[in-house]
Design a protein around this ligand. Sequence first.
Ligand code: GTP
Ligand code: MG
Length: 232
Amino acid sequence: MTEAPGTDRVPTGVRSLDRLLAGGLETDCVTELYGEGGSGKTLLCLEVAVRVARAGKWVLYVDTEGVSADRLRSMAGDELDRLLQRFLIAAPKDLTEQARAVSAACALARDGKRPVGLLVVDSATYYYRLSLSGDDEDDAREALVLEVAELVATTLAAGIPVLLTNQVWRNVSAGTLEPLGGSFLNHAAKTILRFDRLPGPRRRAVLVKHRSLPEGAAEFRITPTGLDGGSG
Ligand code: GTP
Ligand code: MG
């Protein structure tokens, strides 16, 4: 399949990953990152967010994990305070607050009053996971479906990348790590990257789904100042 001409990309700034993604994140779809703890999902979200803010656009960041100020400072350096003026961070404390935060972010992205360049939900499934096997499992599932549907509508309407992270469960019989969130999320995200841990600071992103690019993988390293995907 060939790609529609003019498909916009927002570079992640991680060279190997941008090569894998033919330039970066698409501006008309949801990109999902899933992978085990410590695989670098949050670092990639922060890396792109800093880059987008540096380019003068606003970043809408729904953060269930507690963005590390230290980590952001090591990425942004002296620019941090200036860049943070273009970050709108929501830190929901439960599923209901998360649903409100995602709705509010979608409304801001779509109203066009600010030049928004990126919407992040990290993690989209933290509170969802806590609800699994509990009394509110069905409500959690429904809330996630509604949020993801709104995020899909928003990326299409606003023309900005939506980046969300997803956690994993271990499929013991298959020996694999599978994304949470069920088939709806799997269909709704048009680009899906699985992050793997390699020895030491090395990490690998595997492109498991894309509308117009073949499957493939990119390696990068975690450094004190962010993610390094090599040169060239
Ligand atoms: P979960 O949210 O737990 O699923 O993990 P994640 O995939 O989001 O991982 P994250 O991006 O938070 O971390 C990736 C790696 O970066 C981990 O191995 C951490 O040890 C490392 N890391 C996280 N914060 C810092 C930091 O402030 N400084 C440095 N040098 N490394 C960090
Ligand atoms: Mg994380």
